[in-house]
Design a protein around this ligand. Structure first.
Ligand SMILES: CC(C)(COP(=O)(O)OP(=O)(O)OC[C@H]1O[C@@H](n2cnc3c(N)ncnc32)[C@H](O)[C@@H]1OP(=O)(O)O)[C@@H](O)C(=O)NCCC(=O)NCCS
Length: 130
């Protein structure tokens, strides 16, 4: 089931698109996909920050193709850059559909920036990575 997916890396999340996520046209609501992208991007950000992060900016997000009910959505996320308190993450989204004659499609590219925060929600410096 990995045909057509990026080789050599694992998705940070896989989630099925269900009828409850559909818009009035029957495709998947873009806002649901944006939420999945935000969650996926936060995973490497939290690991890099060694703690809580908040999303400060969605720098870019493209919807290349529609997502349909029944698609298996795979989200890949990796840190692209860091600052003093911020972490910028690139997210790529693929879907796989029709397991009998499997199709894989790239659905979205996104870049988001997260900020490491303390218990009061104030920016905190990223820890050194050894
Ligand atoms: C994120 C937040 C803590 C930043 O607080 P702040 O006082 O503006 O902090 P700063 O100005 O010191 O900026 C912190 C970092 O964010 C970066 N940043 C701020 N705005 C940014 C933007 N629009 N795009 C990219 N990076 C941005 C800064 O460059 C800085 O990075 P660095 O330390 O690596 O140089 C604050 O804006 C906040 O709480 N926002 C709401 C977050 C949230 O609720 N997200 C979920 C929405 S549903």
């Amino acid at each position: 089931m990995s045909e057509g997916l990026p080789p050599g890396i694992e998705p940070v999340m896989r989630v099925p698109a269900t009828p409850t996520q559909a818009n009035t046209g029957g495709d998947i609501f873009g806002g649901w996909l944006m939420a999945q992208v935000d969650i996926a991007g936060s995973i490497p950000a939290v690991l890099r920050a060694r703690g809580r992060v908040v999303t400060v900016a969605v720098k870019d997000m493209t919807f290349l193709k529609p997502v349909y009910v029944g698609d298996m959505v795979s989200l890949y996320a990796a840190v692209a850059a860091t600052g003093r308190t911020s972490i910028t993450v690139d997210v790529q989204v693929y879907v796989q559909r029709n397991p009998v004659a499997l199709e894989t499609h790239k659905i979205s590219d996104a870049r988001l920036t997260y900020v490491a925060v303390d218990e009061k929600g104030r920016p905190r410096s990223l820890p050194d990575v050894g």
